[in-house]
Structure formats: structure tokens, C-alpha cells
Design a protein around this ligand. Structure first.
Ligand SMILES: NC(=O)c1ccc[n+]([C@@H]2O[C@H](COP(=O)([O-])OP(=O)(O)OC[C@H]3O[C@@H](n4cnc5c(N)ncnc54)[C@H](OP(=O)(O)O)[C@@H]3O)[C@@H](O)[C@H]2O)c1
Length: 248
């Protein structure tokens, strides 16, 4: 069992806790500033025999947290988003302490594999002009942004791999779609779980690739797998580095 400390015990921290055993991890400590039931500070005493810390906190807390964790000679998995503009500083801290860090904005193994499948499909369809390409994404009505970050990333892949497409079209349009435009639409309604579809369409047939989130547990499962993978390593890795290595 890998001994894991949860830094941040909000929605994600709790989800990681509930899945820990299933992924051969034991929760060795919980640190959370929102509750008096747990220590608020990362110290040698509060994290005990922890091997890897998993941080799901807040962008403003990440640098301070990982500095303390690296100084205590523990590995750290950062799931918190919104701090990437400080990646150079983070690299310097981890290198100085000869530490171990893995970070990722989307710990869903399924979505990371889906991106690879879309990449391979785009490379293949690039050679066959009969096929047009499109995308659309569906989300519940509480989602704050549109298009989703994942839709933007999938569009980036399609534009990079399919030469006849040069720009993404996400918005309402008053004209016919142009051959060089990639239409990627968004719908927000009800409780629809995050769903991303990429399609290739010809006069003769149509192919659709779909990724549908069933639960936030996919992110927690990815974080636990990352903790196990990182436990006996040094250095700085992205979640994609881990996936690449597992696939090779
Ligand atoms: N990588 C992925 O796949 C993925 C997936 C889902 C979410 N996320 C990201 O993960 C982060 C957390 O999401 P969440 O939904 O779990 O948020 P959340 O429910 O707000 O939980 C965060 C918890 O961390 C606590 N906290 C803040 N600073 C802390 C610190 N320095 N030390 C210890 N605890 C601290 C918060 O307490 P206070 O209330 O006192 O601030 C809160 O209890 C967000 O950045 C989100 O975007 C990433």
C-alpha cells in the first residue's frame, strides 16, 4: 500500500479518500484549512509516514504546499489547477530539493486516452479529403465556461493534424461554414454529464468518437494511480508522461 496524505479535503480530497483502498493506497494524513477536525499545516508531524501527498486545494496554496512537501522529502501529486503560470518557479523548487512532482489539469485516464485516439484518427483522416471533421460537447447547465477546456484542446489536436482545417468555429455564425473551418459546438442543459464527440463525415458514411464522463471519480482514480507511479521516483512529470510510459 502506498501511504498518501490528502492536502485539501474538499470534493476531490473526499473522493480520493473513498477510492484509496481500491487503488492500493492508504490515507496516512489529511490536511485541510476548512475544518478543525484536521491539521491546517503541512509539517513532519502532521504528515507522519506519508510517501506521497496529493494536493487538491486552491491555486493560491499550491506553491507554499509543494515547497513544504519537497523540504520534507516527500513526493507530491498536484491536481489543483490554475497555477501553471508559475511552472518555472515550481521546477526550481523541486530541483533544488531533488524532489518528485507529478501534475495534471485532467486526471481522467479515459480522457487522456481519448485524446490519443482522436490524434490517431485525425492523422488517418488527414489523408482522405472526402471526410469532413466536426466536434460538439454537452454539459450540465451549471458549467461556467463554454466551450469547455477539453473542447479547445481537442480542436487544437484536430487543427494540428488535419491540414485542410485551419481555424476552429465555436460561435454562432451568419454564414455557411467554410471548408477550412472546424465546427465545434457547445450545448448546456439540465444535468448532462460532460460529453465530447469528434466526428468524421463523408457522403458514404460517418464515424463518431465519444467520451462521456460518468462521475468525478475518474479524476480521483487518476490521482491515486499517479501517486503510486510517483512513489519511488525523482523528477518532474506531467500526467501525460505517466500515460505514455504505461503505454510503451
Ligand atoms: N486535475 C484534475 O483532474 C482535477 C479534477 C477536479 C478538480 N480539480 C481541481 O482541484 C482543485 C480542488 O477542487 P475541489 O473541487 O476539491 O475544491 P474544494 O471542494 O473547494 O476543496 C478544496 C479544499 O482545500 C482546502 N484548502 C485550501 N487551501 C489549503 C491549504 N493550503 N492546505 C490545506 N487545505 C487547503 C479548502 O479549504 P478552504 O475552504 O479553507 O479554502 C477546501 O476544503 C481545483 O483547483 C480544481 O480545479 C482538478
Amino acid at each position: 500500500m502506498t501511504k498518501v496524505a490528502l492536502i485539501g479535503y474538499g470534493k476531490m480530497g473526499r473522493m480520493v479518500h473513498s477510492l484509496a483502498e481500491q487503488y492500493h493506497c492508504r490515507i496516512s494524513a489529511i490536511i485541510d484549512t476548512a475544518s478543525n477536525a484536521y491539521p491546517h499545516q503541512i509539517t513532519a508531524e502532521s504528515i507522519g509516514d506519508t510517501e506521497v501527498c496529493i494536493d487538491f486545494t486552491h491555486p493560491t496554496a499550491v506553491i507554499d504546499n509543494l515547497t513544504k512537501i519537497a523540504a520534507l522529502n516527500r513526493a507530491v501529486v498536484i491536481g489543483t489547477t490554475g497555477w501553471l503560470d508559475r511552472i518555472d518557479e515550481v521546477r526550481e523548487i523541486i530541483t533544488r530539493h531533488d524532489g518528485a512532482l507529478l501534475w495534471g489539469a485532467n486526471f481522467s485516464i479515459g480522457m487522456n486516452l481519448f485524446s490519443r485516439i482522436v490524434t490517431a484518427a485525425a492523422e488517418a483522416f488527414d489523408r482522405f479529403d472526402d471526410y469532413d471533421v466536426f466536434g460538439y460537447e454537452l454539459h450540465h447547465r451549471h458549467k461556467a465556461d463554454s466551450p469547455s477546456g477539453t473542447a479547445i484542446e481537442l480542436s487544437r489536436i484536430l487543427l494540428e493534424k488535419i491540414q485542410r482545417k485551419t481555424q476552429a468555429q465555436y460561435d454562432r455564425s451568419e454564414k455557411k461554414i467554410q471548408p477550412e473551418e472546424l465546427h465545434f459546438a457547445s450545448i448546456r442543459a439540465g444535468s448532462i454529464p460532460g460529453t465530447h464527440t469528434v466526428g468524421f463525415d463523408s457522403e458514404a458514411d460517418s464515424i463518431e468518437l465519444i467520451h462521456r464522463v460518468r462521475s468525478r471519480s475518474c479524476f480521483a482514480a487518476g490521482a491515486l494511480q499517479a501517486a503510486r507511479w510517483l512513489a519511488d521516483r525523482k523528477g518532474i512529470y506531467s500526467f501525460q508522461d505517466m500515460i505514455k510510459e504505461i503505454l510503451c
